[in-house]
Write a protein that binds this ligand. Sequence first.
Ligand code: FE2
Ligand code: FE2
Length: 275
Amino acid sequence: MFANPTKTYQAPTQIAEDTFLIHDHNGEGVAPVMVPLNSLVIRGAEPTIVDTGVADNRDQYLADVFSLVDPEDIRWVFISHDDIDHTDNLTALMDAAPNATLVINWFIMERMGSTLEVPPFRWKWVSDGESFDAGDRTFHAVRPPVFDSPTTRGLYDSKTGFYWASDSFACPMLEVSATVDPIDPGFWREGMAMFHQYVSPWYAMLDDAKFQRAVDRVENLGVTAIAGCHTPGIQGGRVATAFEQIRTFASMTVPAEPGQEVLDAMLAGMMAPAA
Ligand SMILES: [Fe+2]
Ligand SMILES: [Fe+2]
């Protein structure tokens, strides 16, 4: 994706105790909706970074992270899956954080291939269903209900109840927002349905009873707040609503993915003279 020099900056926001969203997005001013591109910092006894954002935003991403935690203090860098919007600043972050261990799994290593530049002696492999200790909390790697890479694990924080959903619970934004609270409930439901069917086209083929059990597995963790790369923060009563909504998306009809006419509109906007 191209960089947008007029993008609205959104400073980090707190989503749970010790837990901060690093915000980014694309599409502003050049597409019908914006797509969040968030990542996460969890301060605690052993500070932890979750996903690393895109290269377009590297300088701001690193500045935001290091405004919350000193690079030398970062102990863990958890990558939820191998897609570029989650890994693009990984090497830069690990280079700046000499005491950090990279939490991946075997399949992330395989799929990233030579793009994984962090040496093996800095890795820890944590797969779906496994956990790791971070001093004052245990992190549980739990695959979210919807995902677009077989490597995907979400991250549940036993201390706060916060759950990082990777690509699940994704929704578009019309305005830059740190939480889903300002988003119209109807737009939120339809936007989440659309993104989930785009992210996982196999979603509509599922055995619904098995899928519901996959949602139960996450919801039964006792999740108090949610965020993900492509959703603003979900807190309070919207947590239960988010789980209700994700259970129903397979049967919903959503708009077709953007086609050539959307690209034409984006290009026209990029080439329009400045007002
Ligand atoms: Fe993804
Ligand atoms: Fe993603």
